[in-house]
Design a protein around this ligand. Structure first.
Ligand code: NAP
Length: 480
């Protein structure tokens, strides 16, 4: 077999020193879609060295010069949308139409930060003594180690490397091991955009040793992570030894609250977006549905009607709305949550099983599922399910539902449907979540701050807020 040279370090495509490789599998049918180099801490170390060396010149370019590279990359990503989207669907299963949307989102992030690079303003502050002047500078933090998950394999990368590069940082990226192919294609475009060598590096491989190198190597100044809360905590602990900067986009367990005055059709639409997009594999996915008891039956009926019209299948098939789950482990977890809820007294009113026949036989497909009679003791009400399952909980009282919604260690996204304007404000202010969708089940936009309270993370991605994560604040005192 030809040597896999698909890590990008210091402007060169390289193989793993260990010679190890990894096969990537299509979760819709179990077929191999490619083989990649599978490196370890050795490649991470070399990439950090390269990024460290490149930092001196990259950080000293003018913002306009850095911006030009990002504009070019944004255009290249847009131009190659279809090809990138196809790779995403092949390696992680989401419907092609969603993959195309994701790629456009990535292009938009590169564009946004191409513009934002020029707006890293410092400040002068009035001094309390006449012979001094106070100047505040904003400077790049240094080399960034970025670690991304498989569920948005291109846009999660863009949301980290775009602001980092705009700020003047250099980057080593470790993508998820299930989705390196889209990262490799993105790095080919990075190469085409002409970024100087060492500025952006790609390391694919074993997560623990690479993560350890990120934590221990003093040349790396910051870890930017998106993934599970479990791994986020490990990285925070490790980063603490050298007081490295961290930003953490972690797990979620979103409540979705439907009041009795809500437009139920709109609420079903919003729930579908927030629950079933990406087969329910999003950090901002609804994981608890609270419906006012007066409208719970009507809402359930409308939801089940919608699900009966939903196409589950290979993401490449036209009309597919829900693709497979990413792997066997993900499917097992979803089925375990359903079984646990049933054992503890919940009833499945729609779906509830793995799809195993015909076109589904070799993939990791689960029926879109609605469960009623759910209570707080069930796993599904506590842990991230990451699958197409709606657990419905009835409520009567506004204060009580706020309390229930906030009773979670997570605090990423929450959704509310109501037509009462005053209640909209009460909910927006009282829900302990970083993102609140009011009559909106699809909140993400490039310019808005994205991130969580509590164990859902630290820091924000998106818009001008995303830049802050890659900048240090320096105070310069001038004696006159
Ligand atoms: P994960 O297991 O935490 O993996 C995320 C990334 O961390 C992958 O690249 C993974 O590599 C790497 N990793 C795993 N163990 C590591 C270690 N010990 N040291 C360093 N890196 C390590 O999460 P996932 O299952 O891929 O993604 C789903 C999770 O991400 C969910 O909890 C979801 O809510 C969260 N998420 C959060 C956001 C947000 O913005 N808040 C967005 C999307 C997803 P391998 O792939 O090689 O294991």
């Amino acid at each position: 077999m030809a040597e896999c040279k698909n890590m990008y370090i210091n402007g060169e495509w390289v193989a793993a020193e260990s010679k190890e490789t990894l096969e990537i599998v299509n979760p819709a049918n179990g077929e191999s879609v490619g083989t990649v180099a599978f490196g370890d801490e050795r490649e991470a170390g070399k990439a950090i060295d390269a990024a460290h060396e490149a930092f001196a010149s990259w950080s000293r370019l003018t913002a306009r010069e850095r911006s030009k590279y990002l504009y070019t990359l944004s255009e290249l990503v847009k131009k190659n949308r279809d090809e990138l989207a196809e790779i995403i669907t092949l390696e992680m299963g989401k419907p092609l139409i969603e993959a195309k949307g994701e790629v456009l989102g990535a292009s938009d992030n590169f564009l946004w930060y191409a513009e934002e690079a020029k707006r890293v303003y410092g400040e002068t502050v009035p001094s309390s003594v006449p012979n001094k002047r106070i100047m505040v500078l904003r400077q790049p933090v240094g080399v960034v180690g970025a670690i991304t998950p498989w569920n948005f394999p291109v846009n999660m990368v863009a949301r980290k490397i775009a602001p980092a590069l705009a700020a003047g940082c250099t980057v080593v990226l470790k993508p998820a091991e299930s989705t390196p192919l889209s990262a490799i294609r993105l790095f080919e475009l990075i190469e085409q955009a002409g970024f100087p060598k060492g500025v952006v590096n790609l390391v694919i491989g074993k997560p623990e040793p690479i993560g350890r190198e990120f934590m221990d190597n003093p040349k790396l100044s910051k870890i930017a992570f998106t993934g599970s809360t479990r791994v986020g905590k490990l990285l925070m602990e490790g980063a603490a030894k050298q007081v490295k900067r961290v930003s953490m986009e972690l797990g979620g367990h979103a409540p979705f609250i439907v009041f009795d005055d809500a437009d139920l059709d709109e609420a079903v639409k919003g729930l579908f977006e927030s629950k079933f997009r990406n087969s329910g594999q999003m950090c901002i996915c609804t994981n608890r549905l609270y419906v006012h008891e007066d409208v719970a039956d009507a809402f359930t009926e409308k939801l089940v009607e919608r699900l009966k019209r939903t196409n589950v299948g290979d993401g490449r098939t036209k009309g597919t709305e829900i693709g497979p789950l990413v792997n066997q482990r993900a499917l097992d977890k979803v089925l375990e949550h359903i079984e646990d809820a049933k054992e503890k007294g919940a009833q499945v009113v729609y779906g509830g099983k793995q799809l195993t026949e015909g076109e589904y036989a070799k993939g990791y497909f689960c029926e879109p599922t609605v469960i009623v009679g759910v209570n707080a003791e069930m796993k599904i009400a506590q842990e991230e399910t990451f699958g197409p399952v709606v657990p419905l909980i009835r409520f009567r009282d506004e204060d009580a539902v706020i309390q229930q919604a906030n009773d979670s260690r997570y605090g990423l996204a929450a959704y509310v449907y109501t037509r009462d304007n005053q209640r909209c404000f009460r909910m927006a202010e009282q829900l302990e979540y970083g993102i609140v969708g009011i009559n909106d089940g699809s909140t993400t936009q490039t310019q808005a701050p994205f991130g969580g309270f509590k164990e859902s993370g630290i820091g924000r991605e998106g818009g001008r807020y995303g830049m802050d994560e890659y900048l240090e604040t320096k105070f310069v005192s001038f004696g006159l």
